[in-house]
Design a protein around this ligand. Structure first.
Ligand code: DP6
Length: 361
């Protein structure tokens, strides 16, 4: 599929008003997307677990304008209050998707959005936020063209979400989503996420992700700046190649349910992401002392008890603690006894693998 498959060029008659709504989850990458080319094309393929509890709920009420406007007309309400701060990001998103959804300019939109997690938690809301908004836009398209198939709907939602934030294209469906052209998956694409097509062992069903909120402040590196750091990075090519290799290795790991090998790949990916930031110019350290305390505690506990528990990181200080359903009680006890002390105000979020977005209106 190419970009052209997503251009909406039918005649359309928009109804005078309507309301659509979606709840879209966040996701956590196992093989990380870090580095991009123009038009939100990833420099390497990635794969993620779709989450369940961390999600954004968005409704869009649209009203037909008397004539098509030259710019987008929208109001934004975040957690019940009118919000100006997020408007530029949405304006940019709309500009990027204009060509594919030209009907947006013929309505005024009232966007109401809220997150299931506190805004100040340091959890990036761009994946779930752009995912939910892209799905709302697709619901409007579906009202104009009821013939589109479910698979086209999801694919285009992922395509649009990617133009808002790369990782958002992995927040439409679940439970495992791969994004970025990769030789091992023939349907893979740089333009949208696809469901992981191969066998996944029961060890990975219901996997848990307990997110330890080590530092709730704003990230010191925005993802835009972060991806930029991979341009002319001395290790860029090796890193991009490594992502392909890790995806190759994961195929066997998922099939066999090999938790030890899974842990090696996932932790190495997390540390490589941070290593890329530490070795770029300018360089950054996004881990906090407590991030390292947690990592060391996880390693000691794993060694001492043989429990298949591991961590991954985003571009920030928070730690995602990953473990299978079969060790849930043991893992939660360990987290409460030994890790929560390193969280800001003792805050953490218990999440797990989810099935993707749900329609709410
Ligand atoms: C470290 O998707 O936030 O979480 O495309 O610029 O919006 P933009 O970047 P974004 O980058 C996410 C980076 C990451 C790894 C990942 O989710 O794969």
């Amino acid at each position: 599929m190419t970009e052209n498959n997503f251009i909406f060029d039918d005649e359309f008659v928009i109804s005078s008003e309507g309301r659509v709504g979606w709840k879209a989850p966040s996701n956590i990458a196992l093989v990380k997307y870090w580095g991009k080319k123009p038009n939100q094309i990833p420099a390497n393929p990635s794969i993620s677990f779709t989450l369940d509890a961390c999600a954004t709920t968005t409704t869009v009420t649209y009203k037909k304008l008397d004539k098509i406007s030259s710019d987008f007309s929208f109001d934004l309400f975040f957690e019940g209050k009118e919000n100006q701060d997020f408007k530029p990001k949405i304006q940019t998103f709309f500009e990027r998707i204009d060509k594919y959804v030209p009907f947006l300019k013929s309505c005024h939109l009232k966007i109401e959005t809220s997150n299931s997690f506190p805004h100040s938690s340091g959890i990036a809301s761009s994946a779930s936020g752009m995912g939910a908004l892209a799905l709302c836009v697709m619901s409007i398209e579906k009202q104009l063209n009821p013939e589109i198939t479910q698979s086209y709907f999801n694919r285009k939602a992922s395509f649009l979400a990617r133009l808002g934030s790369g990782s958002a294209c992995r927040s439409i469906e679940g439970p495992f989503i791969q994004w970025g052209k990769y030789g091992g998956i023939k349907e893979s694409s740089n333009l949208f996420g696809v469901s992981y097509p191969f066998k996944v062992h029961s060890n990975f069903m219901n996997y848990h992700d307990t997110i330890l909120l080590v530092h709730k402040g704003q990230k010191t590196v925005s993802s835009t700046v972060g991806h930029e750091l991979m341009h002319n990075h001395p290790f860029a090519n090796q890193r991009f190649e490594q992502a392909h290799n890790n995806l190759d290795k994961l195929e066997q790991v998922f099939e066999k349910g090999d938790l030890n090998e899974f842990i090696k790949i996932v932790e190495s990916e997390a540390l490589t992401l941070h290593a890329m930031m530490m070795t770029s110019l300018p360089y950054f350290i996004l881990m906090k002392p407590n991030t390292l305390e947690i990592i060391n505690k996880i390693w000691s506990f794993r060694e001492a008890t043989n429990t298949p528990i591991c961590f991954t990181l985003d571009a920030g200080a928070n730690v995602h603690v990953l473990y299978p359903e079969m060790v849930k009680e043991k893992a939660i006890q360990f987290i409460q006894d030994e890790l929560v002390v390193y969280c800001e105000n003792g805050h953490y979020i218990c999440d797990r693998i989810g099935q993707g977005a749900t329609k709410i209106a």
